[in-house]
Design a protein around this ligand. Structure first.
Ligand SMILES: Cc1cc2nc3c(=O)[nH]c(=O)nc-3n(C[C@H](O)[C@H](O)[C@H](O)COP(=O)(O)OP(=O)(O)OC[C@H]3O[C@@H](n4cnc5c(N)ncnc54)[C@H](O)[C@@H]3O)c2cc1C
Length: 494
């Protein structure tokens, strides 16, 4: 079928939550006759965050805080209320439901755009290379199809982390990726590498399968995510003042930001905060988790949580103002407490983890040192000593170092072709105003935009729908402005 189009051609690669938020912001701005092609190899695949069929894998953020529309924060809550099987709808619905919402929003945006005369084409394929020919860009697909574009925007999601245990690859009981988790012998002792949300999901999957063997979540810190409390916010006057001064000065020191954060958390806390517990304090014991849940259940306001709830936009701005050394310190020294508190688990998930601990089947180990093959089994060495396990599952999540980027053929080709350069703190360097990648000389590669985890080093928070929706809206604005400037320069008319 030949599709007639007369306007600009935009190719979007990836239609997860980020791509959907981008499309819904960009499509209404396109003139009739414009062409919008969306390539995705497998939207909603079970290996993706919102493709999981497991009903106990819950959205980590409250439904009321998970809208894909910045201008309509209740959109997902309303969508959910009409579809959920329970009344009231769950605060933390299964992630599969969120996946359906993402698809509905995308389909709606496409229908509206088509009705307005934009030619939208959905392409089931893998993009493997982006070629440049003067001002024109071509997207090459695995099938051999080549799509011409005026603009390309990539929303590729997380990339596979580089393999932490190359010596285990090929062992029949080592699973380098937690998804999909194959059937395991019911009584097997399973070591899960990682103690964050993906590792917790592995426990939930095994519990749902009535696994009877022990499940050991092991990491260096041994810290589980804290439990998500109320969404109330605290005043953050110290942080506001600190960031205001930094904006005026054009630079921020991590020490100043840290002092302001501590002052706001202390001011918002009923009792003096337990800094030892907040900053170090692993492994998470049964008692710590139970106390955390009890706090949340009784509705006690926790200063650290209220400040974090309020400070997201200030943190995003602060990241842009910190120098390279301070940013490096955030990633190497403070990332564990940031993730433990900044990506907490929903209370229903925490209750399932507690039940696992109470049954004696779930353990959390800190001081992970090594995992080695031992015949058909493995030797796991942690701060708790040495133990033998039957199965090892890597649940450490995605990565953004060069090796991780090279695991995506499209990103590897962009690196090789000079369209991307690695950011020293992860992902690719971008112009944070336009989301265009920077080449080796530091110049923006015009007409290409990167949104999502590939921009991690530049944006810091790229693993949370709320932050990604904000970034997609910002990128859509920059793309619109870029297209308007192109029209003006070609025709002399806006
Ligand atoms: C287990 C898990 C649970 C999570 N839970 C939450 C949560 O509860 N709340 C939250 O806010 N965040 C959560 N996250 C983080 C989550 O990954 C992101 O919030 C969200 O999925 C990011 O959306 P995205 O569109 O950027 O990426 P994705 O959802 O990964 O979508 C990327 C899309 O791009 C496509 N694609 C990639 N490369 C190509 C290519 N070369 N060619 C064609 N198509 C391509 C993929 O098929 C995919 O459809 C979770 C992550 C994981 C791993």
């Amino acid at each position: 079928m030949t599709i007639e189009s007369t306007g600009p051609v935009v190719v979007q690669i990836g239609r997860g939550p980020t791509g959907t938020a981008l499309a819904r912001h960009l499509l209404p701005a396109l003139p009739p006759g414009a062409r919008y092609l969306v390539i995705d190899r497998d939207p909603g695949a079970a290996r993706l965050a919102f493709g999981t069929p497991e009903p106990t894998h819950l959205l980590n953020t409250r439904a009321g805080n998970s809208s894909l529309n910045r201008d309509d924060p209740d959109e997902f809550q309303r969508w959910l209320t009409t579809r959920a099987e329970s009344d009231p709808a769950p605060e933390f619905p299964p992630r599969a439901l969120y996946g359906r919402y993402v698809r509905d929003v995308f389909d709606h945006a496409v229908r509206e755009a088509r009705a307005a005369g934009v030619v939208v084409e959905l392409v089931s394929d893998s993009a493997v290379r982006i070629g440049r020919d003067g001002a024109r860009t071509q997207v090459h697909c695995a099938s051999g199809r080549v799509l011409d574009a005026d603009r390309v925007v990539t929303c590729l999601g997380m990339m596979a982390a580089s393999e932490p245990y190359p010596e285990l690859v090929g062992h029949p009981s080592y699973f380098a990726n937690a998804w999909p988790l194959p059937a395991l012998p019911k009584g097997a002792t399973v070591a899960v590498i990682g103690t964050r949300l993906t590792a917790v999901d592995v426990h939930l999957t095994l519990a749902a399968r009535w696994h009877t063997g022990r499940v050991l979540l092991a990491s260096r810190s041994g810290r589980l995510p804290r439990v998500r409390g109320a969404e109330t916010t605290a005043a953050v006057p110290h942080l506001q003042r600190c960031v205001q001064l930094a904006v005026a000065a054009g630079t921020l020191s991590l020490a100043d930001f840290g002092r302001a954060l501590v002052a706001d958390v202390e001011a918002a806390s009923v009792a003096p905060p337990d800094w030892e517990r907040i900053l170090a304090g692993g492994p998470t014991t049964r008692g710590m988790l139970a106390a955390d849940l009890a706090e949340v259940d009784t509705g006690v306001k926790r200063g650290w949580q209220q400040v974090l709830n309020a400070a997201g936009p200030l943190c995003a701005l602060a990241w842009q103002l910190l120098g390279d050394r301070d940013r490096d310190e955030v990633l190497t020294r403070w990332m564990t407490p940031i993730l433990v508190h900044g990506a907490p688990m929903p209370p229903p998930t925490a209750r399932r983890v507690l039940a696992g601990m109470d049954s004696g089947r779930l353990g959390v180990l800190a001081g992970l040192r090594s995992v080695r093959p031992l015949g058909r089994r493995f030797e796991l060495v942690t701060g708790h000593g040495r133990q033998e396990v039957d199965v090892v599952v890597n649940a450490t999540g995605g990565g953004t170092d060069v090796a991780a980027m090279r695991s995506q053929p499209l990103v590897a080709a962009m690196l090789d072709d000079g369209l991307l350069t690695a950011h020293p703190l992860g992902g690719a360097r971008i112009d944070v105003g336009t989301f265009e990648p920077l080449d080796a000389s530091g110049a923006p590669v015009r007409g290409i935009h990167l949104v999502g985890d590939l921009a991690r080093g530049a944006m810091l928070i790229t693993n949370d729908v709320g932050a990604l929706v904000a970034q997609a809206a910002q990128a859509a604005g920059a793309i619109r402005a870029g297209m308007a400037a192109t029209v003006l320069s070609r025709t002399g008319r806006p």
